[in-house]
Ligand binder design. Structure first.
Ligand code: ADP
Ligand code: ZN
Length: 655
C-alpha cells in the first residue's frame, strides 16, 4: 500500500486502454452508421467550397440545427477527393462531413453556384431529431473528449492545451501553400484593382525585407481587411501577396473555426497561430471573417453564441500577443465591415481596410485578358466588346464566362472558342445573375448617367461645393452610382457653403427631371440628406430669416421628449425647409440648363466609360472657375488624393 505513487500511472494506463477500445468502437460505429457509404471522412469548409466549384459534389444534406452537413461526392469524382483510397476500395456513397459556421453564408454560396450552373445537385435541409442513436452519436465524442482531457491533465507539463493527439479537432484546418511553388499566384494574375494592389505592396515589401523596416523601428500593420463584394478577387489578392513575397500562405474560412464542440474554435485559432509563427514570415488568410467576427453580445437575452465569442476573443488575444515584427501578417476578407465587432478593427489589429470593387469597363477588359491567356481563341473574339457586354460582372463572373465559353465550344467540337460561344456564355451567366445582382438596361444606365452628371456639373460650377474626384455608374452594393468628393476640412460651415452643397446634391434629381422627363426613386438618398441638412440649418443653426438666430437643439438634454417650440413654430420650420429646398432645386435646374451641352457630354462619357475623373470634367467645362483646391487634386498624384478623407455620395439606393 506504500507504493501509492506507482498506482497512478497504472490507473492512467487502464483509462488509456479503455479509451482506445472506446475509440475503436467509435470509429467502427461512425463507419457503419451511414448505410452504404464506405468512404467517409471530414472536410474543411474551404475544401467543401473547392469541391463544389470543381463539380465533385452530387448532393448535400444540411443539418441546420447541428451546424454540420454531409457532402456526397459523385462516385466518378471520388478518386480526386479520396485519392488511392477510392481506387483500392470502390464505394457506393462516398461522403464527407463538413462543419457549417454560418447557414446564411452557406446558402449564399450554394445559390451562387446554382445560378451559374456549377452545382446542380440536391440540397436537403434536415433537422436531426434526437433519437436514441443520435444522442449516442452526439454524446459519444464528449465522453471521449472528457476522458481524453483527463489523460492530458494527468500528464506532466501537458499544458499545451487544445485537442491534438488522437483527435485532431483542435488543430487548425488551414490549407497551407508552401513557398517556392512554381505556379504561385502573383500580381500579374490580379487584373485591375490598382488601388488595392498599391495598398498591399507595402506588405509584400515588408515580408521580403523585414529588416529594412525593423532597423528603422517601423511598424507594419499586423492585419488588413479586404472588403468587397464576392468574386472581386479578395482571396486572389491575398494569395498574390504571398506569391509575390514568396512566403507560405495559410488559407482558411471563418466557418472552419466554428464547430459544435465547445472550445474547439479557440484552440484552432491557437494552433493556427502557433503553426504560422513557426513558418514566419508568412501570411494567414481568413475568408468570410464575419462568421467569427460578428459583433459580440448584441442580444444578451438570447444567450448569444458563446462558442463564436470565445473564438473571436482568442483571435483578438493572439493578434495582440504576437509582436508587430514577428513576420506574420493576417489578411481577412469580408463583404460586410459594418457587422464586424469593433474590437477587430482597433489599432494593432485589422486597422487597415482595403476596398475591392466590381471592375469597371477597363478593368473588366484586363480581367478578360488574364482569363483568356489559356484559352484558344478564334480571330473574331473582341475583348472590348466582351467587356462592354458585362457591366456589373465581378472578376469571378468573368472567369466563369471564359470557362463556360470554352465548355460550350467543346460541346460543339470546335477547334477554337469563338465570339458566339462567349456571347452564349454571357447570356447564361446573366440569366443566373439577374436575380441577385443588378444588370442595368440601357435605359436605366442612361438615367443614372444623366443623374450623376447632374451632380458633377453642379459641383463644378458652384463655388463652395466640394471638389469632385470621380464619378461612376458601376453598381456597388446597393448603390447604382456614386460620386466622390474631396471634402474641405473645416470646423465651421458657412451658410453659403451649405447652400451650395445642397444645390449640388439636388443636381441628380434636377437633371433627371429636366432631361428624362421623369423623376425616379434613384434620388431618394440625396433627398434624405438634403432634407436633414435643411432642417439642421433652420431649426438648429438659426439660418433662416423667419427664425433667425434661434437654436432648438439642446446639447445637454439627451432625452428631450418634447419639442422645445410651439406648434406654430413647427409649422414655420416646415415651411422654411420647403422653401429652402425648392429654392436650391430651382437654382440647380437653372445652372444645369446653362451648361446643358457640357452636361450631356459628361453623361455620354459616363455611359461609354462608366467612370470619369476630375480631368475629364475639366476637359469638357474648362478650368473650374473657382480655382483653389480642385487644381491641387489634379496636380497631386492619385494615391495622395485617395488617402485624404473622401466622401462618397451613393445614389440610387433602392428604397
Ligand atoms: P473573393 O475572395 O473576393 O470572393 P476570389 O478571389 O475567390 O474572390 O475570386 C474568384 C476567382 O475570380 C479568382 O480565382 C479569379 O479567377 C477570378 N477573379 C476575381 N477577381 C479577379 C481579378 N481582379 N483579376 C483576375 N481574376 C479575378
Ligand atoms: Zn444623386
Amino acid at each position: 500500500m506504500a507504493n501509492n505513487k506507482d498506482n497512478k500511472p497504472k490507473n492512467g494506463l487502464k483509462i488509456q486502454s479503455i479509451l482506445y477500445i472506446l475509440l475503436f468502437i467509435g470509429f467502427g460505429y461512425i463507419l457503419l452508421k451511414d448505410d452504404g457509404s464506405e468512404l467517409t471522412g471530414e472536410a474543411t469548409y474551404t475544401e467543401f467550397k473547392e469541391y463544389m466549384e470543381k463539380g465533385y459534389v452530387s448532393n448535400l444534406v444540411v443539418y441546420s440545427n447541428m451546424g454540420a452537413m454531409d457532402m456526397y461526392i459523385k462516385p466518378d469524382s471520388a478518386r480526386y477527393v479520396f485519392g488511392d483510397r477510392a481506387v483500392a476500395q470502390p464505394m457506393v456513397k462516398p461522403m464527407l462531413n463538413v462543419g457549417v459556421g454560418s447557414l446564411d453564408n452557406l446558402q449564399e454560396f450554394i445559390d451562387s453556384l446554382e445560378q451559374t450552373g456549377q452545382f446542380t445537385g440536391e440540397v436537403e435541409y434536415r433537422k436531426r431529431s434526437h433519437t436514441f442513436t443520435d444522442i449516442l452519436v452526439s454524446v459519444f465524442p464528449f465522453v471521449l473528449i472528457i476522458a481524453f482531457w483527463i489523460i492530458l491533465s494527468r500528464r506532466m507539463g501537458g499544458g499545451a492545451g487544445g485537442g491534438g493527439g488522437v483527435f485532431s479537432v483542435g488543430k487548425s484546418k488551414a490549407k497551407v501553400y508552401e513557398k517556392g511553388q512554381a505556379d504561385r499566384v502573383t500580381f500579374k494574375d490580379v487584373a485591375g484593382q490598382a488601388e488595392a494592389k498599391t495598398e498591399v505592396e507595402e506588405i509584400v515589401e515588408f515580408l521580403k525585407n523585414p529588416k529594412k523596416y525593423t532597423d528603422l523601428g517601423g511598424k507594419i500593420p499586423k492585419g488588413a481587411l479586404l472588403v468587397g463584394p464576392p468574386g472581386t478577387g479578395k482571396t486572389l489578392l491575398a494569395k498574390a501577396v504571398a506569391g509575390e513575397a514568396d512566403v507560405p500562405f495559410f488559407s482558411l474560412s471563418g466557418s472552419d473555426f466554428v464547430e459544435m464542440f465547445v472550445g474547439v474554435g479557440a484552440s484552432r485559432v491557437r494552433d493556427l497561430f502557433r503553426q504560422a509563427k513557426e513558418k514566419a514570415p508568412c501570411i494567414i488568410f481568413i475568408d468570410e471573417i464575419d462568421a467569427v467576427g460578428r459583433a459580440r453580445g448584441k442580444n444578451p437575452a438570447m444567450g448569444g453564441n458563446d462558442e463564436r465569442e470565445n473564438t473571436l476573443n482568442q483571435l483578438l488575444t493572439e493578434m495582440d500577443g504576437f509582436g508587430t515584427n514577428s513576420g506574420v501578417i493576417i489578411l481577412a476578407a469580408t463583404n460586410r465591415v459594418d457587422i464586424l465587432d469593433k474590437a477587430l478593427l482597433r489599432a494593432g489589429r485589422f486597422d487597415r481596410q482595403i476596398h475591392l470593387d466590381l471592375p469597371d469597363l477597363n478593368e473588366r477588359k484586363a480581367v478578360f485578358g488574364v482569363h483568356l491567356r489559356n484559352i484558344k481563341l478564334s480571330k473574331n473574339v473582341d475583348v472590348d466588346l466582351l467587356a462592354r457586354q458585362t457591366p456589373g460582372f465581378s472578376g469571378a463572373d468573368i472567369a466563369n464566362v471564359c470557362n463556360e465559353a470554352a465548355l460550350i465550344a467543346a460541346r460543339h467540337n470546335k477547334k477554337a472558342v469563338d465570339k458566339d460561344d462567349f456571347l452564349a456564355a454571357v447570356d447564361r451567366i446573366v440569366g443566373g445573375l439577374e436575380k441577385k445582382t443588378k444588370v442595368l438596361t440601357a435605359d436605366e444606365k442612361r438615367t443614372i448617367a444623366l443623374h450623376e452628371a447632374g451632380h458633377a456639373t453642379l459641383s463644378w460650377f458652384l463655388e463652395y461645393a466640394n471638389p469632385l474626384i470621380k464619378v461612376t455608374i458601376v453598381p456597388r452594393g446597393r448603390a447604382l452610382g456614386a460620386a466622390w468628393y474631396l471634402p474641405e476640412e473645416r470646423q465651421i460651415t458657412t451658410k453659403e457653403q451649405m447652400l451650395d452643397e445642397m444645390c449640388a446634391t439636388l443636381g441628380g434629381r434636377a437633371a433627371e427631371e429636366l432631361f428624362t422627363g421623369h423623376i425616379s426613386t434613384g434620388a431618394m438618398n440625396d433627398l434624405e440628406r438634403v432634407t436633414k441638412q435643411a432642417y439642421g440649418m433652420i431649426a438648429y443653426a438659426g439660418m433662416s430669416d423667419k427664425l433667425a438666430n434661434l437654436c432648438y437643439y439642446s446639447s445637454t438634454d439627451e432625452y428631450a421628449f418634447q419639442k422645445p417650440y410651439s406648434d406654430k413654430t413647427a409649422e414655420t420650420i416646415d415651411s422654411e425647409v420647403k422653401a429652402l429646398i425648392a429654392q436650391q432645386y430651382e437654382r440647380g435646374k437653372k445652372l444645369l440648363l446653362e451648361h446643358e451641352e457640357g452636361h450631356h457630354q459628361l453623361a455620354q462619357l459616363l455611359i461609354e466609360r462608366e467612370v470619369i475623373m476630375a480631368e475629364d470634367v475639366e476637359r469638357i467645362f474648362g478650368k473650374r472657375p473657382w480655382a483653389s483646391r480642385s487644381e491641387e487634386i489634379l496636380e497631386e498624384d492619385k494615391p495622395a488624393a485617395e488617402s485624404t478623407p473622401v466622401t462618397e455620395n451613393h445614389d440610387h439606393v433602392e428604397p
